[in-house]
Design a protein around this ligand. Structure first.
Ligand SMILES: *[C@@H]1O[C@H](CO)[C@@H](O)[C@H](O)[C@H]1NC(C)=O
Ligand SMILES: *[C@@H]1O[C@H](CO)[C@@H](O)[C@H](O)[C@H]1NC(C)=O
Ligand SMILES: *[C@@H]1O[C@H](CO)[C@@H](O)[C@H](O)[C@H]1NC(C)=O
Ligand SMILES: *[C@@H]1O[C@H](CO)[C@@H](O)[C@H](O)[C@H]1NC(C)=O
Ligand SMILES: *[C@@H]1O[C@H](CO)[C@@H](O)[C@H](O)[C@H]1NC(C)=O
Ligand SMILES: *[C@@H]1O[C@H](CO)[C@@H](O)[C@H](O)[C@H]1NC(C)=O
Ligand SMILES: *[C@@H]1O[C@H](CO)[C@@H](O)[C@H](O)[C@H]1NC(C)=O
Ligand SMILES: *[C@@H]1O[C@H](CO)[C@@H](O)[C@H](O)[C@H]1NC(C)=O
Ligand SMILES: *[C@@H]1O[C@H](CO)[C@@H](O)[C@H](O)[C@H]1NC(C)=O
Length: 390
């Protein structure tokens, strides 16, 4: 079954999340590092207290899987740190299974009227390097996602630094009215095992009214909405997702949905729609994707592509008649000059908006499969691929 990404209805943009009303329970709790696993204390405090403070001086260990779903009216001030225990075997056997892409998560976070605020200083450290290294030894290993925002309603996650996620950073699942903003997300592997594939910001099966803004990311998968429709017979709903003002550097993908005010720097696929995501092109041809993609807006997209896909600055690829109402406005993303003149290409997409004229249907591209069948390395920049995936 072809996997698909990106589904959006953007006409109404709502961000319903707002500050939690005065709490029903009034306890104020302050957490301190115990020197050993702090997960039980974190869970207890999040559930029992209205105000939770992790002071600047504290570094709490998420030593066992952390289930903080079903919270009610809690305001968490994470000024110190939460650090994931770098124990590959433990997380392999104990992370929460996520009924989505056969994945798992170390931390489930959700509930009603919940604020998680790093106040510009709090850090969540995923200790990713240990997991990246383990993946070199065993490529079938699936490290856990750092956080699953799960069954949330009116949840705010803000002003946080997130470092070295073992895999994706925040996966949004079955949540609504979620506001994620002012996150500074960085991951860097000093090995090449997992690369940027491992690390992604937000993604969303059954996610509605999600507002994401002011992200700064380096070395990530980018912001995605999708991998929808991959479980046969399971319905995924993603609606009213709004992503604004995002800087993404050194990423595999830049934007994959709605998206305004993006600065791209050295991203492999800065602007992408692909309704047959990560599926063999021949399989896609034989079994066109059923995923319908409509009402997607890319507005104010600037910056650079890495050259990984040759001279492609933007690629919109759909099965026939599956993508409608795709708007691109104010787009200037350039591939390295070594790769030849930048092209914006589309396959079965009727592009609208003031950048439409820049998108040539099945534009000739450089790199494997394109005008230039060979990978070329010029001035240290490797221009490869360049083929339009179908
Ligand atoms: C929290 O993490 C940041 C960034 O890694 C670090 O600078 C800071 O010292 C850490 N704080 C504590 C209390 O460990
Ligand atoms: C997480 O905790 C909630 C509240 O105790 C519980 O209802 C739920 O089953 C737990 N989830 C998992 C996956 O253990
Ligand atoms: C997650 O699923 C795997 C494979 O189905 C299973 O072996 C493992 O025990 C499950 N983990 C948990 C924590 O339930
Ligand atoms: C590699 O990881 C997979 C998934 O966790 C596991 O089933 C398998 O036994 C591991 N292989 C080795 C050689 O450790
Ligand atoms: C956009 O996000 C950046 C962080 O990457 C932030 O510094 C800046 O203030 C934001 N701009 C607006 C208009 O909110
Ligand atoms: C961003 O990531 C690149 C590649 O991993 C690294 O060389 C660079 O130092 C990072 N930049 C910042 C500001 O973190
Ligand atoms: C999404 O919600 C629908 C309807 O509530 C449900 O049937 C489906 O199982 C959910 N999908 C996922 C991936 O949780
Ligand atoms: C796009 O950006 C490049 C590099 O900043 C600039 O040279 C070029 O003139 C811009 N093109 C348009 C159409 O704005
Ligand atoms: C270009 O490089 C990619 C990645 O290294 C490789 O998979 C592909 O086979 C190369 N193509 C040619 C024509 O050499």
């Amino acid at each position: 079954m072809a996997r698909s990404r990106v589904l959006l209805a953007l006409f109404a943009i709502y961000a319903h999340a707002h500050e939690a009303p005065a709490p029903a329970h009034s306890d104020k709790c302050t957490l301190a590092a115990s020197g050993t696993d702090d997960s039980p204390a974190i869970e207890r405090a999040f559930r029992a207290c209205a105000d939770v403070l992790v002071p600047d001086t504290e570094n709490l260990l998420i030593g066992t899987r952390l289930n903080t779903t079903g919270l009610a009216r809690v305001h968490i001030r994470l000024r110190g740190n939460l650090t994931l225990k770098p124990d590959v075997d433990y997380w392999r056997d104990n992370a929460f299974n996520v009924s989505y892409q056969d994945n798992s998560a170390a931390w489930l976070f959700g509930g009603r009227d919940v604020v998680l605020d790093g106040e510009g200083v709090g850090t969540i450290d995923g200790n990713g390097q240990t997991f990246y290294d383990a993946r070199i030894e065993n490529a079938s290993l699936r490290p856990p996602h750092l956080m699953l925002a799960y069954q949330g309603d009116n949840v705010i996650i803000r002003n946080l630094k997130i470092r070295q996620s073992p895999r994706w950073t925040i996966l949004v699942h079955s949540s609504k009215n979620l506001l994620i903003h002012d996150l500074d997300i960085r991951s860097r592997s000093n090995t090449w095992a997992l690369g940027r594939e491992s690390n992604r910001e937000t993604d969303g099966p059954n996610a509605t009214h999600i507002y994401v803004s002011n992200l700064w990311c380096n070395g990530t998968h980018g912001v995605s909405v999708g991998s929808l429709g991959e479980n046969v017979g399971v319905k995924d709903i993603v609606a009213n997702v709004y992503v604004n003002n995002v800087t993404i550097r050194n990423s595999e993908n830049g934007a994959r949905i709605v998206f305004s005010n993006f600065w791209h720097e050295n991203n492999d696929s800065p602007i992408t729609i692909d309704n047959c995501y990560k599926t063999d092109p021949d399989v896609c041809l034989a079994h066109p994707s059923d995923m319908t993609i409509s009402n997607v807006y890319f507005t104010n997209q600037h910056g650079t592509a890495s050259g990984k896909y040759g001279n492609i600055g933007a690629a919109l690829v759909c099965s026939e008649r599956k993508c409608t109402d795709i708007y691109l406005n104010n787009v200037n993303v350039t591939a390295p000059t070594e790769c030849g003149p930048t092209v914006y290409t589309n396959h079965h997409v009727n592009v609208q908006g003031n950048a439409a004229y820049q998108f040539a249907a099945d534009a000739p591209t450089y790199g494997a499969g394109g005008i230039n069948p060979d990978n070329t390395t010029v001035g240290g920049v490797t221009c490869q691929g360049g083929q339009v995936l179908l």
